[in-house]
Design a protein around this ligand. Structure first.
Ligand code: HEM
Ligand SMILES: *[C@@H]1O[C@H](CO)[C@@H](O)[C@H](O)[C@H]1NC(C)=O
Ligand SMILES: *[C@@H]1O[C@H](CO)[C@@H](O)[C@H](O)[C@H]1NC(C)=O
Length: 241
């Protein structure tokens, strides 16, 4: 997780050095080797300090990286509609395939949901009205997520019921027990084609970590905009007008 995050943050941390840097139309991990040779150490220490100060920052940065990579999928200047949490397995597969990520890579990447939190508005229907959910788990999550729309919409619950702040593979074990918080997560273990890989990652933490690392690097390479392509948004939710 740390390395791709650090690469993303290299762009922020070394903005000033870019003034003296050369422009390039190819992405290269050595881009800052002359202008900012300590970029990785600098970024790593800034990220460590931020996470030490506010634990959830790790999850926030990881999610930011995901949304950064899928951002060009927005056709209109509206708030991002990434795959919504109501997506079916087919919808999810299609969304990832559209950016060149396989179903297996998608299964590995959603393992990111082993840290961080979701708002009640994104899991209300699941914990009240879905049947492929562990009943005790549903009741626990209902207790901080009132049933009617508009009340407690922003109340938070951890995505990983077991180790909410540790980066591990328990997310997969939760889903095998129907303890996924998001509808979309539970879709990945609901009698379909992805069940077996979910079970493998639940059994084999090392195979999850290896595949996650490879997939997240690939995700970072989705249609990179270089040179004069693209823009730095004034408001990150909309294309500059
Ligand atoms: C499969 C498609 C995906 C869907 C439908 C999805 C949806 C969501 C939703 C609804 C939330 C909760 C947001 C909230 O309530 O505020 C969330 C949180 C999160 N997502 Fe995803 N996500 C997906 C894939 C990914 C991927 C590929 C990554 C990273 C590799 C990722 C990283 C995260 C993280 C770390 C959080 C927690 C953020 C926090 O605590 O602030 N997600 N996601
Ligand atoms: C999900 O797939 C269904 C059936 O193909 C389609 O009608 C629907 O628009 C899709 N939803 C999203 C959010 O892509
Ligand atoms: C659950 O389903 C019932 C019956 O369709 C509906 O009236 C209710 O609003 C739903 N509740 C939630 C939280 O989705």
């Amino acid at each position: 997780m740390a390395s791709s995050m650090i690469i993303s943050f290299a762009l922020l941390a070394c903005t000033l050095y870019l003034i003296n840097g050369t422009s390039s139309t190819q992405l290269t991990p050595k881009f800052y080797s002359q202008s900012c040779p300590k970029v990785f150490e600098v970024v790593q220490s800034v990220v460590h300090a931020a996470v030490a100060k506010e634990r959830r920052m790790g999850a926030s940065l990881l999610r930011l990286h995901f949304h950064d990579c899928f951002v060009n999928e927005e056709e209109t200047p509206k708030p991002p509609t990434f795959p919504p949490p109501t997506s079916s397995l087919n919808n999810l597969t299609t969304t990832f395939q559209a950016v060149g990520l396989s179903t297996n890579e998608m299964v590995a990447l959603t393992g990111a949901h082993n840290i961080g939190k979701a708002q009640c508005i994104n899991f209300r229907v699941r914990v009240y009205n879905e049947s492929n959910i562990d009943p005790l788990f549903a009741v626990i999550r209902q207790s901080h997520c009132p049933p009617s729309t508009g009340s407690g919409d922003n109340n938070l619950a951890p995505l990983d019921v077991r180790t909410p702040a540790r980066f591990d593979n328990l997310y997969y074990k939760n889903l095998i027990r129907q303890q996924g918080l998001l509808h979309s997560d539970q879709q990945l273990h609901s009698g379909g084609s992805t069940d077996s890989l979910m079970e493998q990652y639940g059994r084999e933490p090392v195979s999850f970590k290896i595949d996650f690392a490879a997939a997240i690097v690939k995700m970072g390479d989705i249609r990179p905009l270089t040179g004069a392509d693209g823009e730095i948004r004034r408001n990150c939710r909309v294309v500059n007008s």
